[in-house]
Write a protein that binds this ligand. Structure first.
Ligand code: MOS
Length: 704
């Protein structure tokens, strides 16, 4: 914040747009910030989940007696004795609950790693030892865990968006096109792998259920638990103060539900923490995809026909669709245009939202195909994309809120040094390394969801914001402090932001790249109202003056538009053709993602997404063993994520894109960083080597 004196009047210029370190940063780096699994409770018992060792079948028996005799063991919950849950409801996000979280309701085992029991003991070591000793017998059935694009059981499925869209005559459009691309692309099963595992402690406190948890939305989890346990929402409180990453995985899961069950049965606090290995079957993941893209274009690279079909997998108990074919509905128009998301039910764990669900794998396919089209037409890949900028939403026909993709490409190309790039492949060398550059476009929805906020003017001159926002590591708490300070026209050190408590009222989750924008809207509205109250000269009583905002009406009155953030990704790779090693030497992402609240943490998020894109392009792959139906090495030794040593010179920046519809100008930066990043790397590998990689990850054995 800066102050300036003009004509004797001191004005405060905002802090929004200036870099600020996290308000809780010191607490976090000194270990003072407590995460869900480390908050102490008196009389705490520990639950350990037992997961199935077969991929399909029925539980024949659970031999609890020997385990109950082991030291410290208090209870063994399983389908034979666990409380019955209500699961026939539609949750906050408009979707039914994943039965993987509604634990111990029947004897069916739909995949390997399915929760079959919870062993509760006085300490976690005793619980673990007993859980490992518990004998569960199964009647096994044959299983199918293999996804292919041609799987006979694939069917169109909607999920969060329509399954299919179609306009024009695709066959005619392709037949008339002088240049055609028709290729298949695959992406593997990928896992969120956030640093902090899922952890929850449940306890009954004076007739009220309290759950201290690590999640992306406390009122979300409150609502789900209330419905599942048939409780009034006011009888459930969920708190989640610090969260070590979420990426879509930190919703309602087996750990919270089993902890609540055990706390109810034992009438004492119970904590359940997932192990890293358990997360690979209990925490959701990104489905593998098998995609096919067909593009037809004029000689100048303008699209006449576009067809994008994606097949993903889901479990037999829950339908989750990875909507990879959705990207083209926003990004590229053609007279003949078809997109389809299909899904196959397999004997595998339920997938879920994972950072840029749909856009991340979908952009790999479509942005690789665009690059192949550029090659065939002899048009520069940046120029090809600019020639295909649509006037309105290709499928919706709606006007764009704002679409500054061209500015991203122009600025990115300039800063990356794209102009003058030699389009030939395999011609640039640095010793044993072949060098190449690649680009790709990015987009992600920019929405806002209704939220409420409480704002109090304290008697001491300070202000307290209370909102059930979640800071999953993004810096949301800091962003909201800055936004509140500006809206109140006070210095940020006079503002205290409290988040992560369902008692603060309903608010958007940290998801869909909509968290900060949705919460900021509510905080801004509350601040406006509070300032009006204070302007009346009302003295602040000892208990303060509190106002409550609700953005439901404001958001409901917005015009229908196609609202997205955009970006242009650029990558330079070096490929060692003797070892097959690919190194990303340079990467630059330029984004049009609304007004940037805190450049320090926004850059952090964007670069984090880009690093994940590099990881997706080169490293990440969970391999399912068809015989057992489980993963090979489901841990961070077997599942490779990019480390510092894998990342070269990387930067993210943005163009001016303040959203005029938003009170702060925000769009959202949560997910767009990963979109297009893997395609930019793959396109650069092609430029370096002349070989197209249509299957991720680009492992050394695939390069050779
Ligand atoms: Mo995100 S995949 O909406 O947490």
């Amino acid at each position: 914040m800066t102050t300036a004196t003009t004509g004797g009047r001191t004005t405060v210029r905002g802090v929004v747009g200036t870099s600020r370190t996290r308000v809780e940063g010191r607490e976090k780096v000194t270990g003072a910030a407590r995460y869900a699994g480390e908050i102490p409770f008196a009389d705490l018992a520990h639950g350990w989940l037992v997961l199935s060792t077969v991929a399909r079948g029925r539980i024949r028996s659970v031999d609890t007696e020997p385990v109950l005799a082991m030291p410290g063991v208090l209870a063994v919950l399983h389908h034979g004795n666990a409380p019955r849950l209500e699961t026939d409801y539609v949750g906050l996000l408009g979707i039914p609950p994943d039965p993987t979280a509604a634990v111990f309701q029947n004897d069916r085992v739909p995949h390997l790693g399915w929760p079959v029991a919870l062993v509760v003991a006085e300490n976690s070591e005793q619980a673990r030892e007993a859980a490992e000793a518990l004998v569960v017998a199964y009647d096994e059935e044959p299983h199918d865990t293999r996804l292919t694009g041609a799987h006979p059981d694939a069917y169109p499925a909607a999920g969060v968006m329509p399954a299919e869209t179609e306009k024009g005559d695709l066959d005619a459009g392709l037949a008339e096109s002088p240049f055609v691309v028709d290729e298949a692309y695959t992406t593997p099963e990928e896992h969120h792998s956030m640093m902090e595992p899922h952890a929850a402690t449940a306890l009954w406190d004076g007739g009220r259920l309290e759950v201290v948890d690590s999640n992306q939305g406390t009122t979300w989890i409150q609502g789900e638990l209330a419905k599942m346990f048939s409780l009034d929402e006011s009888a459930v409180r969920v708190r989640s103060e610090h969260i070590g990453g979420g990426f879509g995985s930190k919703g309602l899961r087996a750990h919270q539900v089993s902890a609540v069950m055990a706390a109810t049965v034992l009438q004492r606090p119970v904590r359940v923490v997932m192990t890293r290995r358990q997360m690979f079957s209990l925490a959701g993941y990104r489905s593998p995809t098998a995609q096919r893209v067909r593009l037809g274009a004029d000689a100048d690279g303008r699209l006449r026909a576009l067809d994008h079909r994606s097949v993903s997998q889901t479990s037999t108990v829950y339908e989750f669709v990875e909507p990879s074919a959705g990207v083209a509905r926003v990004m590229y128009d053609a007279e003949a245009h078809r997109t389809a998301n299909e899904v196959v039910r397999l004997d595998v764990p339920s997938p879920t939202f994972m950072r840029a669900p749909g856009e991340a794998p979908g952009s790999f396919a479509i942005e690789s195909a665009l690059d192949e089209l550029a090659e065939r037409c002899g048009v520069d890949p940046v120029e090809l994309r600019l020639r295909n900028e649509p006037e309105t939403g290709p499928v919706s026909g709606l006007p764009f809120g704002s679409r500054n993709l061209e500015a991203c490409f122009r600025e990115g190309a300039r800063r990356f040094g794209w102009d003058g790039r030699d389009p030939r492949t395999g011609v640039r060398r640095d010793g044993r390394w072949l060098l190449g550059t690649g680009t790709a476009a990015a987009s992600f929805g920019a929405g806002a969801a209704p939220s409420t906020a409480l704002l109090t003017a304290e008697a001491d001159g300070g202000f307290t914001v209370r909102i059930s926002a979640a800071d999953i590591g993004t810096g949301a708490r800091t962003a909201l402090t800055m936004i509140a300070a500006d809206a109140l026209e006070v210095a940020p050190d006079r503002v205290r932001v409290r988040i992560g408590d369902s008692d603060f009222g309903p608010a958007m989750i940290a998801g869909g790249s909509m968290g900060t924008r949705s919460w900021a809207w509510a905080v801004t509205e509350a601040a406006r109202e509070l300032r009006e109250r204070l302007a009346l000269g009302t003295p602040v009583p000892p208990e303060g003056i509190t106002v409550r905002s609700d953005t439901t009406a404001a958001l409901g009155s917005l015009a229908q538009k196609e609202r997205h953030s955009y970006g242009a990704q650029f990558a330079e790779v070096a490929v060692d053709t003797a070892t097959g090693e690919v190194r990303v030497r340079r990467m630059l992402g330029i984004f049009a993602a609304g007004r940037i609240v805190n450049p320090l943490t926004a850059r952090n998020q964007l670069v984090g997404g880009m690093i994940w894109g590099v990881s997706m392009a080169l490293h990440e792959e969970a391999v399912r063993d068809r015989v057992s139906g489980g993963l090979y090495a489901p841990d961070l030794a077997g599942y490779h994520v990019a480390t510092h040593a894998d990342i070269g010179d990387i930067d993210a920046d943005w163009v001016d894109d303040s959203d005029p519809e938003d009170p702060v100008g925000i769009k959202g930066v949560g997910e767009i960083g990963i979109v297009g990043a893997a395609a930019a790397v793959a396109n650069a590998v092609w430029h370096a080597t002349g070989v197209r990689h249509r299957d991720l990850p680009i492992r050394p054995d695939r390069v050779l």
